[in-house]
Write a protein that binds this ligand. Structure first.
Ligand code: TPP
Length: 653
């Protein structure tokens, strides 16, 4: 079936092929990607778009020595396939299969473990500077460096900061701008408009002429380069709209060219490989190329679950029963629309993650109050701060892992001003198959030390709605964290939350289960409450009664409740969270209890959460289990605590 691909186990095998064979191989690689993603799910459309580009790069460069840096990295499947990792695609993004992002632990062909946008240019500048320092004699510097960056990621602030420093590099460094006019959604902002104006003015013939023009003037090394670059720029300027953006930054710019013509790409790269200075090659590709459902709905196929492919029609495969498909994200998306209908001061902001954060309906209903600012999380927070200053109620929706980019903006422009900005922090905790770049394991830690910020974590559907309503009432910055997960069933809400489904009150926890003979108190923060309740039921079956507290807040913490527990009959406290133990919710509890210790009260405390290591791609359930944040381990911890308490008592008597 894969006549050529079967023979490709490394880029060296690729180099033996002719250009005609490369074209055939590109189709086989596409089929292979489709087959793997349809079975396991994964990033599809961006990967289908860069197949020819990837083959051409490996054909021309030698990435055993040369360095290829991916931006975001979700588009590296073809690269992995031809760098000896085909087998891993049987279990793409699963525990013992290949990861969906570049990973140096997997292969010497990967430089950085990445998943966040905007990093490739600056890291490439750093690597180029390193090579430059190692060998002052430019001609000896044989390790070439290529950064491949998408049109949505190149506008990220970090990318621009990298470009701003490109002048430091006095040797080869090629930036490949892969322009498919899409982020996950259509690319946003002024630069995107600029690119799309240029793109619309191009015919296929223009692209072909540009390639020829570049080839006519290159390769040139050393002295002639300036003239050649100037000549090329002039000819491009005559024939095509100039790329003033890069020229004004003094970066030699080539293109735009067709990113699916593998032959032309090979010739171009062979010419550019000799350039002894940084340059940009602007390449047009099509997201979803070669698979019509993905070409037609590029947004839906950016990342997809498993599907059945029948020719060009597809049928999603879901392991989740229809009635349980409500996620924290979808509940948020619905409720924010309901609230915005009643309050026209609510505005929503996303950084290129409209669908991912559940804002699709909001955008449809309130387009004037919706802002997609592109991959620009820090700016999103400052724009929110400005909106808040103008009297609006901004709701900023950013995944936990990407919120790490906004630390200083949250500190200065929001917390220090005590502005009522609401942060809806989706993908908090383990995220499953995207792995360590995407887990949201640090938000409690880095936010709870900031004065003024209220940290909330709802445990269920009702609670998420209540938390949002609370945040809109509270005249302070409020962070609501929730996971990439289904909400617990309606029965859970009715049985467990129903009894305490009262409005959120700042810093107040609620009791969800208590018993007069309780021996341990479990305090759960957020979605993980369901595991704590399950643990309590398991223990009850063994005749051990425990209390369960739904903390609701990590800041301010319900200190008086904690002091009450310390003073009460419980033998100890177990805290549970879907977050790293270090600096998390349990640590906040420990800090409070340490204060209480000085007043002469002490009890054993177990803090359950993720350890200080990076947990690799797997299912979310498996990751929680691996971290001991599940009902069985909570119950086991309670029994251990009880046994220790009994043996202490025994040894005293
Ligand atoms: C800092 C950051 N914010 C948001 C995302 C989520 N995200 C993943 S891919 C993507 C779009 C990337 O578009 P582009 O760079 O043009 O690459 P393409 O997928 O089009 O190849 C976004 C927004 C991210 N990975 N990193």
């Amino acid at each position: 079936m894969y006549e050529l691909l079967e023979q490709i186990n490394s880029p060296d095998d690729l180099k033996k092929l002719s250009i005609v064979q490369l074209k055939v191989l590109a189709e086989e690689v596409r089929e292979f990607i489709l087959g793997s993603v349809s079975k396991a799910g994964g990033h599809l459309a961006s990967n289908l778009g860069v197949v020819e580009l990837t083959l051409a790069l490996h054909y021309v460069f030698d990435f055993k020595n040369d360095k290829l840096l991916w931006d975001v990295g979700h588009q590296c499947y073809a690269h992995k396939i031809i760098t000896g990792r085909k087998q891993g695609f049987n279990k793409l993004r699963q525990a013992d299969g290949i990861s969906g992002f570049p990973n140096p632990a997997e292969s010497l062909y990967d430089q950085f473990s990445v998943g966040h946008a905007g990093t490739s240019i600056a890291t490439a500048v750093g690597m180029a500077l390193g090579e430059q320092l190692k060998t002052e004699d430019k001609s000896q510097s044989i390790n070439r460096i290529v950064a491949l960056v998408g049109d949505a990621s190149i506008v990220n602030g970090v990318s621009f900061e990298g470009l701003n420093n490109l002048g430091l590099v006095k040797r080869q460094l090629l930036i490949l701008l892969n322009d498919n006019s899409m982020a996950i959604d259509v690319t946003q902002g002024a630069v995107a408009k600029y690119f799309s104006r240029v793109r619309l003015s191009q015919t296929y013939e223009d692209l072909r002429k540009t390639s020829k023009n570049i080839l006519d003037h290159l390769p040139v090394i050393g002295k002639g380069v300036d003239h050649a670059v100037e000549r090329i720029k002039k000819t491009i300027r005559m024939a095509l709209p100039p790329s003033q953006l890069f020229e004004s930054l003094n970066i030699p710019y080539f293109g735009p060219v067709d990113g699916h013509d593998v032959g032309a790409l090979v010739h171009l790269l062979r010419a550019l490989v000799h350039l002894d200075r940084p340059a940009i090659l602007h390449v047009y590709t099509k997201k979803g190329k070669g698979f019509s459902p993905a070409e037609e709905d590029r947004r839906a196929f950016h990342s997809t679950g498993p599907f059945k492919k029948n020719g060009d029609t597809i049928e999603p495969v879901s392991t989740v029963p229809e009635r349980r498909k409500r996620t924290f994200t979808s509940v948020f998306g619905e409720h924010i629309v309901t609230l915005a209908q009643e309050d026209d001061k609510i505005v929503a902001i996303t950084s290129a993650m409209c669908d991912g954060t559940g804002l699709g309906e909001f955008r449809k209903n309130f387009s004037k109050r919706f802002y997609d600012v592109g991959i620009a999380e820090s700016a999103a927070v400052d724009i929110a701060a400005g909106l808040s200053k103008s009297g609006f109620k901004p709701v900023v929706c950013i995944y936990s892992t990407f919120l790490q980019r906004c630390y200083d903006q949250i500190f200065q422009e929001v917390a220090l001003q005590n502005l009522p900005v609401i942060f809806c922090v989706d993908r908090s905790g383990f995220v499953g198959s995207d792995g360590p770049t995407h887990h949201g394991m640090m938000d409690i830690g880095f936010l709870r030390m900031m004065p003024n910020i209220v940290l909330v974590a709802p445990a269920s559907e009702i609670e998420l709605k209540l938390a949002l309503e609370f945040a809109l009432r509270e005249n302070k910055p409020v962070v609501i964290r929730y996971p990439k997960d289904l909400v617990p069933s309606k029965e859970f809400d009715a049985d467990v939350i129903g009894t305490c489904g009262k409005p959120f009150e700042a810093g107040k926890s609620v009791v969800v289960r208590e018993h007069k003979d309780s021996v341990i108190t479990i305090v759960a923060y957020g979605c993980i409450l369901i595991e704590a309740v399950e643990a309590a039921k398991l223990l009850a079956k063994e005749g051990i009664e425990v209390d369960v507290i739904n903390a609701r807040f990590a800041a301010p913490l319900d200190e008086s409740r904690l002091i009450d527990i310390l003073r009460g009959g419980s033998k100890g406290i177990i805290t549970v969270e879907d977050h790293r133990v270090a600096c998390g919710f349990g640590s906040a509890v420990l800090e409070t209890v340490a204060g209480a210790l000085t007043k002469g009260i002490s009890k054993p405390i177990a803090v359950l959460g993720s350890s200080k290591s990076f947990i690799k791609h797997n299912s979310r359930d498996a990751q929680l289990m691996q971290s001991g944040v599940n009902a069985d381990n909570i119950a086991k911890t309670a029994k251990q605590m009880l046994n220790k308490s009994r043996s202490r008592k025994g040894s005293k008597s």
